[in-house]
Design a protein around this ligand. Structure first.
Ligand code: AMP
Length: 306
């Protein structure tokens, strides 16, 4: 009996680093490995990354690991959606052959003490960012991804634009640590009403779920204003915040008004806040409007590219 589980002739679930390494080393030199790291609670957003990897590479590895180091003590590590059986079925249906689903001590054994930190993910980089609002978040993300990249040696990795700031941190990590990996960033997959799919959407009550699409609607209003010529960062941010308030009130959901944590207009790669005029260079989109908001107990995140 090996450490991995053969759920099916077609898909193996690997639990240990040793076995994943052996599997990786057994692949032909020319096999292109696509890798989709996730924390499970899979939905069509995650699966769109799996589809893209399947279409661009020879074999796709999906990891499912709720990474404790990216959660602060007050966050939802213990309640984070865990639905491994369903996740395995979903991944299998897409045609994927291998999942890496280690337990917490496999990745962080007792005495673990090495962390990776990117300058752009640091809390002081931008006070209106995930780095500032969740101080240990990017350190945890960069650490687990470095470990996973070293273990699985992927040729391509797939991330979602939904977590735009995370994409910036990963891009820099790959560059700075000389990983020979191509990074693909896939579009945000949304529900019909515009809400960005997220594992955390499961936490929303029915009432909150009705209000949640307001966040994307406000972002689109901001983007439209930008497209029509508004270049003052402050004005655009104000507009997005005001629209969230206005739309919540207009549907009579005053009591569950989304609490905006930040609205940021920042460079999509450096994450530096654009305080004055927003500039664009030769049609290349380089800035984002990012938003984080609490809706009840649920932290929602979204962004649009300007
Ligand atoms: P998570 O499991 O939340 O860590 O997400 C794993 C990957 O899926 C990350 O690269 C996310 O950016 C991506 N992802 C999550 N939600 C979406 C979505 N709605 N659309 C596209 N990608 C997504």
């Amino acid at each position: 009996m090996t450490d991995s589980e053969c759920n099916d002739m077609d898909l193996i679930v690997v639990r240990t680093i040793k076995e994943l390494r052996e599997w990786r080393n057994s692949l032909d030199r020319n096999t292109r490995l696509g890798f989709v790291p996730t924390m499970g609670g899979l939905h069509e957003g995650h699966l769109s990354l799996v589809d893209r990897s399947l279409s661009e590479t020879d074999i796709t590895l999906v990891s499912i690991f709720v990474n404790s180091t990216q959660f602060s003590a007050s966050e939802d590590l213990n309640t984070y959606p865990r639905q491994e059986k369903t996740d395995i079925e979903l991944v299998k249906k897409r045609g994927c052959k291998i999942i890496f689903a280690p337990n917490a001590t496999e990745m962080y054994p007792i005495g673990y003490g090495t962390f990776v930190e990117s300058d752009i993910g640091k809390p002081n980089r931008n006070i209106q960012s995930e780095g500032a609002s969740r101080p240990s978040f990017f350190k945890g993300v960069a650490t687990i991804l470095t470990k996973l990249f070293i273990i699985s040696k992927p040729n391509h990795v797939y991330f979602g634009q939904k977590d735009a700031q995370q994409c910036a941190v990963v891009k820099k990590l790959i560059m700075d640590l000389n990983f020979d990996i191509k990074m693909r960033i896939c579009d945000t997959i949304r529900e019909k009403d515009g809400l960005a799919m997220s594992s955390r959407n499961l936490y929303l009550t029915n009432e909150e779920r009705k209000v949640a699409p307001i966040i994307y609607k406000a972002l689109l209003i901001g983007k439209k204003e930008y497209d029509e010529g508004e270049r003052k960062s402050k004005q655009l941010k104000r507009l997005v915040i005001d629209k969230i308030k206005e739309m919540s009130e207009s549907i009579g959901k005053d009591e569950i008004l989304p609490q905006v944590i930040y609205v940021s207009i920042c460079n999509r790669w450096s994450m530096e806040e654009v305080d004055g005029e927003i500039t664009d260079s030769a049609g290349i989109s380089k800035n984002l409007i990012c938003i984080a908001a609490m809706l009840g107990k649920t932290r929602l995140l979204d962004n649009v590219v300007l």
